[in-house]
Design a protein around this ligand. Structure first.
Ligand SMILES: [Zn+2]
Length: 65
């Protein structure tokens, strides 16, 4: 059991759980790099974005110190 996991993303407006993936882009702000993903609700057509920290880029993928 993983009580903290919430795989079911839902619409922030109507809480409907059906959504469509719209777009994804990376953004750079002073705080760092983020990946912004855009979703669209299947029920009310509301669109929203979610920003998550971008994974570290292929920097020293092997051990290039
Ligand atoms: Zn909705």
């Amino acid at each position: 059991m993983t009580p903290f996991e919430r795989p079911d993303r839902c619409c922030p407006k109507c809480s409907h759980k059906g959504y469509m993936f719209r777009a994804r882009k990376s953004v750079e702000v002073p705080e760092g790099k983020f990946v912004e993903t855009k979703y669209r609700c299947r029920s009310c057509s509301h669109e929203w974005r979610e920003r998550i920290p971008a994974p570290p880029e292929s920097k020293g993928a092997e051990d290039a110190a």
